[in-house]
Every structure is written in C-alpha cells, then in structure tokens.
Design a protein around this ligand. Structure first.
Ligand SMILES: [Zn+2]
Length: 283
C-alpha cells in the first residue's frame, strides 16, 4: 500500500478532504450536490447524492481510486434525508458493500425507502486521519431533524451539508424544518471558530464565521419583518409576503411562503404569534 499523498486523489480541497460535485435534483440555481471524501485513513463519503447512472459510475471509480491511494473508505454518511443527498446511496451500498450511516432521525424519515445501517449520534467519531486526529459528527438540526455536520478540530474544517450554501439558498421548510433549531445550529458551528465551511452545494467558504453570522442575522431580520407584518387581525400567510418579503423577487414567493410559515411557527413558539384555521395574527 502506497501512502496517500493528499494530492494523489483528484478533487483535493483541504487537509484530508476531497470534493466531487455531481448532478442532483436540487433547488435551482444549484444543479449539483458536493460529494466529499472525509478522512485520509478511515474515510466516509458525504453525501452519496447523485442519482444518474453515469455519474454514479464516475463516483464509484473515484472511490476505487481513493482505496488504491491507500484511503480506507468505510461508509456512506448522509447529512440528512433530502432527495438531493441520497440518490447514490443504494447503488454504492449494493456495488461496493458500503454501509449507510446517518442520524436516527434521518433513518426514521427514510424508513421504507433507504436502509440506514448505523445510527450516528452527536459527537461520534466517523472518520480518522493518519496523524491520529478524528472527524466528529455534530447534530445540527433545523434544515432537517437529523442533520449532521462533520468537524475536524486540527484543521478547523467543517463539512456542513445544507447548513449554508455556496450556491443558492437554504430553505427551512415547515414540513421538516425548524427555525429555532436552525439558528441554534448556525451558532453552534460558529462557536467552533471554523476556518473553512464545506457546503453541500457550491464552493468552499473561507469567511466561515462571518458567513454563519450573516445567515443568522439574515434569518433574524426576516423573523422581525414577519412579526412586523402581523397585525391584531387574522390573515393568510400569503398576505404577509408583500411586506415581509418586499426585497425578494415575486418568482421566489412560492418558496418564500414556505419559509414564512416556518417563521410564523417559530414566532408562535416564542409566544409572539397565534393562529386559527391556518390564519395568523399577533399574540
Ligand atoms: Zn436539504
């Protein structure tokens, strides 16, 4: 076995971190999901996302090259259950014998669709490096209940899934997202003082702490705008769009409406809004 030089495998993007972006059914304008190989001794693939046959074959070849370079690829790790993150999981599990690892909440949401072989809890070591250091999983819910981020303390790198986006935006959908948890997860990763964020879509982000703060401030400003738009009279969520999302193009309003409802639910939890028959007013 030849020791892996970091550069001997295509896609090197940081210490013990490699990246391959491949097509996925994601939210436009993004068209790809990043596949990260994490760890230079015992490695995991985060996320096995691409659904197309050709791209899957390409991904498999890449993992075989990693193995030939001396990296032991041990599992497929899902940051969360969304369809643009899991499209190659079944294929790689079947053809390469790689188990699927995910948070138990992700496993529950995928039940009957995709088997999860090992539940990963907060703080668990999921990959390791030749220097003995480890990559840990952090439970970072909000975008999805079982969302995981990976953290390597020595290099201050965080693989953050859909916590932030290098391209496009992050939707916190009322069906499976939670704004309060999302804000807390952004803060939790910021508190680690990361140097680099590796998102699931778009380029690596090098102004890491600034970007996490920007995301948090942006969501809090939106929450304030939604609260401002509410009155003492009940109204439909869509009635709040013109004032709360005045800065957003109308073409994006269908998505904005989903986000707005997520904000309303969080305002209700804070005792600031109340609703009846899908209509909302100030509490
Ligand atoms: Zn997602």
């Amino acid at each position: 076995m030849t020791p892996a030089s970091d550069l001997s495998l295509e896609g090197y993007c940081g210490p013990s971190l490699w990246l391959r972006a491949l097509p996925s059914p994601t939210l436009p304008p993004a068209q790809t999901t990043n596949h990260y190989l994490v760890g230079d001794a015992r490695a995991v693939l985060v996320d096995p996302a691409t659904p197309g046959r050709r791209a899957q074959a390409e991904l498999k070849t890449w993992l075989e090259q990693a193995r030939a370079a001396g990296i032991e690829v041990v599992a497929l790790l899902l940051t969360h259950h969304h369809r643009d993150h899991v499209g190659a999981a079944e294929f790689l599990r079947h053809t390469m014998g790689l188990p699927i690892w995910a948070h138990s909440a992700t496993a529950a949401l995928l039940a009957g669709k995709l088997p999860v072989d090992r539940a990963i809890g907060d703080g668990e070591v999921v990959a390791s490096n030749r220097d003995g250091s480890a990559w840990q999983a952090w439970h970072t819910p909000g975008h999805a209940p079982g969302h995981l981020a990976l953290w390597h303390a020595p290099s201050q790198q965080a693989v953050v899934g859909d916590l932030v986006a290098g391209e496009g935006t992050i939707l916190i959908d009322p069906s499976d997202g939670h704004m309060g948890q999302y804000l807390a997860s952004l803060q939790r990763i910021a508190d680690l003082q990361p140097r680099v964020l590796a998102p699931a879509h778009g380029a690596l982000q090098h102004q890491a702490v600034e970007l996490l703060d920007h995301y948090r401030r942006h969501r809090l400003a939106r929450e304030a705008a939604v609260l401002q738009a509410l009155t003492a009279d009940f109204c439909e969520p869509a009635d709040l769009l013109p004032s709360a999302y005045a800065d957003v193009p109308r073409t994006v309003w269908p998505l904005a409406l989903r986000s707005l409802v997520t904000h309303l639910i969080y305002l209700q939890e804070q005792g600031l809004a109340t609703h009846a028959n899908q209509r909302w007013r100030r509490a």
